[in-house]
Each structure stands twice: as structure tokens, then as C-alpha cells.
Ligand binder design. Sequence first.
Ligand SMILES: [Zn+2]
Ligand SMILES: [Zn+2]
Ligand SMILES: [Zn+2]
Length: 373
Amino acid sequence: MHIGTGRYRGSVKETRLYIPGSVIRGIFGLALARLVCREPSYTDNHSGCPSKDSCPYFLLYMDGENKSPRIFFKHAYPVHRGCGGIFVQAPFNLYACRCGGTKLQSFDPLVEERICDRCGSELKRYSGYICSSCGELSRVPVRISRAVRTAVDRSTSSSAISFFELEGLSERIPFGYLYAVESVSRGDEYMFSILLSRDVSDLSGIVVRVLEEVLSDEGIGGGRSRGFGCVDIRVESISDVTEEEVERRAKNIDGERFTVTFTSDAFIESIELRSETLLAAARRAYTWIFGVGAPTLPEVKLERYTASMGVMGGWSLKENRRRVIQPVVKAGSIYLYSSSGGERLAEALAALEYLGLGGYKAHGFGQVRIGGG
Ligand SMILES: [Zn+2]
Ligand SMILES: [Zn+2]
Ligand SMILES: [Zn+2]
């Protein structure tokens, strides 16, 4: 499987090590529209669908209308075979040593020492993945293969300066250029989840059918016509997100001093996750989970943060063109807040772990994990 990053290392075309929710969402949407819509033209522009009010595609995606989607695709992360957990990008406050020692740095300035407990050398910020269950670290949590290729133009055999567009790879490569495509090896496993809004929960059957039957045939990522990206998708479980579950999670959140860590890249307006932005998103998530009006939340104060910016582009399957490159706050960015706390705030923060914050939440971006200060 090859999921382009748009980057090369030398002449090697990198693959992403995780599958963005946006990629799954795009393929899923096309497959669903093809399955449920009689008229093929609605696949491209669904606002014209005459059975809009009962059409599963329209109900889930709300295409063309100014309403928020009701299906959220989270990123798919590599499964840790050792324990069954998943490898997510390590937070920016995780430091490691060459000897294998690691330390989760606290935001408390008094314990900011970055010295290895084991060997006494200085720790470096860890860039890689961490298993969300057992904490094992891995820089590359999947097996990578490389295929060497030459870009050619069969239609003209031309050697003039021109470009060959690789299907689905969202990249242009000059003719005659020798390059290598990285791919995740056959047999590696990924895990992801899909969140449905409660008013469309009766559509979970068709969601499962599209995932298991249609998507398994379509494949995922670039170069599918040349045998890349064949997948076998199994739905492991379907369950309701209950209020009790969220309340239980909230009991372990300390609203007086807490961290927000992005576990996926986030589309937010600045590198600083402002307290107003956080609170607005937490209120929205609370309403979404508990099905009641926006709660009154105490003021929160952003104390410190460690974050970095990157860019995210991608390929729009629907429009068959490259998406505009936009700035993102990178996964691993971490923010420390303080407030007067309270049950309601803890519950709203717990709800935020389901919905995420910022733009493209339905595409897996802006996922957060709340931690202790
Ligand atoms: Zn339709
Ligand atoms: Zn060490
Ligand atoms: Zn593990």
C-alpha cells in the first residue's frame, strides 16, 4: 500500500505509515454513492439526488449542503502485534536516549531534566510512534518495501520535458526519471474507527457492508490499478457511545490542570490552541455526545505548550485534483491548561476525545487525548 506524502527523500517517494481518515472517507464515499444511487451523475454532484431525504450517501455526507457530516473517519494506525494496541505518533514531550531509556517530560519546570535515568546522557525528543496500549516505541511500526520504476510516456514515446501523472499518487514525475516508490508491505495490519452521529445510527449496517464488501474490492491508496493497496477489511465491533462511558472517562480527567495532546494533525487557526477555541470545541462535543444544549464551562488558561506546524495537502478523489496545501498543527503537539475544574468541564473534555477539534474532523484530523498536568 502506498499513501503519498508528496515528499521525496532523494528519488524515493515516501509513503505515510498511517492511513489518513480522509483517504478512507474518499474511497468510502464514492463506493457508497455507487451502491445506493441509481443515477451515476449523482456520484459527482449529490445535491441533485431526488431521494435526498432517504439516501444513505446524502444523509451521511450532507454533500453540497452547509451542514456538518454525520460520519467521521478516524486515521488508521498500525497494529502492534505484540499487544494488539495501535501505534500513534509520539507526543512532543516524550524524550528518549540511545540506550533505550525514555522519559515523558512533565510540564512542571521543576522536573524538566532531560537526563536518562539509565545511563546519564542527555535525552533527545523522540520522533516516531508509541503503542497506545503498552507504550512500546517504534520509529517505523510497519514493514516497508521499495519498487524501482521509470516514468515513461507510452502515448508519444516523447523525451521532451513533460510530466507523467501517476494515478492517485498526486505527484508529477518527469519522463525518464528513475524513482523508487515506498510501500507498506503485504500482511501489515491497521486499525481505525468510524463515528456515526446518533440520528443516522440505523445506517451502521450499510456502513459495514460498504467497508467489508465494497472497500475490500476497491483497495486503498495510490497505484491500485497496478496491484498496490489491496486490502481486507473486517469490522470488529459496533457499539454505542454511551453517556455512562463518557462520564466514566471524565472521572479520570482533572479539569484543574490538564493537557491536550493532538494525536493527529489538526487544522486550527494558529499554533497556539487558544482557550476560547478549546472551550468552544468542548461545548460542541458535549452537546454532540449528550444531546443537550451547550454547557456552561469555567474559564481555562493556557499555561504552556510545545507544538509545531506542518502542511497537509492530499488528493481529492471526488474532484480528481490535488487539494490546496494548508498549514496544520502537527500530531504530538501538547498544551497545558489550568482552570477551576468541575465535573462539567471534565465531561466536555472527555467528549472532545471522541469528536476532536478544528477543521476536517470528519477526515480524522484534530483528534485529541486529554492527560494529567
Ligand atoms: Zn442519493
Ligand atoms: Zn540512556
Ligand atoms: Zn503495544
